[in-house]
Design a protein around this ligand. Structure first.
Ligand code: ARG
Length: 391
């Protein structure tokens, strides 16, 4: 029997895939990655077994996800098209790495995934698998199987006694992990519809948000958030805690008309409470501690970095090179940022650092002023020299 390793999420698609592959004489090894999606993983294991998987691997990868994927994204300030913190995109290369490992361990020569032919995740998983082991083959059932609609797939699932949870009451396509949730489909497919409140998975509605502003102080060491209100947290605990706090204040909802890798525009809604709090604070500390040209250049890099991650090029040489540049910029990104969380906004209200480049004696308008204003005249004349008289 041909052996395959399936990236199994526990949702309808990957459950149907198990059954579909079995019908075609494949032995299916399911791999479920725990990236902090907070689902009942044992129940999903049981579902995979019942549907016909010969073996189910469940691995808690949260620690590795935070250390090797989320933290680099924080240091980079990685945001795609101004609104997407890349939660899904960051998870895929990690999942792919384990798919490849398990395939080696199990002597399987094929990886199977449940991504559609229109999305980004197929590109991310296949590119990563190709880079990590080009000998492995790929099967993407959703691109080739006979079901032409969701309805047909549900009909098949019912026939195979696969539990169907995607009903009219749960009409969205979701992908959740520690770094946030991506929400698509249903009413959101019309870009003119306001996202209904039930689309949101992590944050309270603005109406239910706390009526009192909450102040927090986030401490960073070399670009990594390490403390909250003076208390030290491991990064993973910090993210969980900030997700909770941010959710109370409706922080981190975005609504994006997104350019997908395959050229389609799609409407995507995201939530990333901890992510937006951390990135807002991190950028602020960089504004305080980075010199101007490094800061300017780093913004260009941030955009390129986000695109690389989005496009599935995590395991590319350029990505490694950018990481090296970014790491160099983070040496002095230590300090504290005070923030106010209130009704959907997270506002920086204070910042301090022993590496601050702010010099009060230059900025002040009081008699403590040490800035030699006389120098400005020559500076302006020389700066204007190439242009004067050319207007
Ligand atoms: N558009 C996002 C991305 O490409 C999210 C995709 C999420 N997938 C899902 N099943 N909702 O990263």
């Amino acid at each position: 029997m041909k052996k395959v390793v399936l990236a199994y999420s526990g949702g309808l698609d990957t459950a149907c895939i198990i059954s579909w592959l079995k019908e075609r004489d494949y032995q299916v090894i399911a791999f479920l990655a725990d990236l902090g999606q907070q689902e009942d993983l044992e129940m999903l294991r049981e579902r995979a077994q019942r549907t016909g998987a010969s073996k189910v691997y469940i691995k808690n990868l949260q620690q590795e996800f935070v250390q090797d994927f989320i933290i680099p994204a924080i240091k980079a300030n990685a945001v795609y098209e101004n609104k997407y913190l890349l939660a899904t995109a960051l998870g895929r290369p990690l999942i792919a790495k384990y798919l490849v490992d398990i395939a080696h361990q199990e002597n399987a020569d094929t990886i199977v995934h449940g991504c559609t032919g229109k999305g980004n995740d197929q590109v991310r998983i296949e590119l990563a698998v190709n880079i990590l082991d080009p000998r492995l083959k790929i099967i993407a059932p959703l691109r080739i199987w006979e079901f032409k609609s969701r309805e047909q797939e549900i009909e098949y699932a019912l026939k195979k006694e696969i539990p169907v949870e995607v009903t009219k009451s749960k009409p969205y396509s979701l992908d959740k992990n520690l770094w946030g949730v991506s929400i698509e489909c249903g009413l959101l497919e019309d870009p003119n519809n306001e996202p209904p409140e039930d689309a949101f998975q992590m944050t309270k509605s603005l109406l239910a948000a706390s009526d009192n502003p909450e102040y927090i102080v986030l401490g960073f060491e070399q670009g990594v958030p390490v403390s909250l209100d003076g208390k030290t947290y491991a990064p993973q605990d910090m993210i969980e805690k900030l997700n909770e706090i941010g959710a109370q204040h409706t922080i981190g909802r975005t609504d994006l008309m997104e350019n997908r890798i395959v050229g389609i525009k799609s409407r995507e809604v995201y939530e990333a409470p901890a992510g937006w709090i951390i990135l807002t604070a991190h950028k602020e500390l960089e504004a305080l501690n980075l010199d101007r040209i490094t800061s300017d250049f780093k913004q260009v890099i941030a955009d390129q970095y986000a695109r690389l991650v989005y496009q599935g090029l995590w395991y590319s040489p350029l990505k490694r090179a950018l990481d090296a540049f970014i790491a160099q910029t983070q040496k002095n990104i230590s300090g504290q940022v005070r923030m106010k969380l209130y009704k959907g906004c997270c506002t920086v209200v204070g910042r301090n650092s022993k590496y601050s480049l702010y010099k009060k004696e230059f900025a002040t308008y009081t008699e403590q002023d040490k800035f030699d204003q006389g120098l400005a005249e020559g500076f302006i004349k020389i700066t204007g020299l190439p242009y004067v008289g050319n207007g």
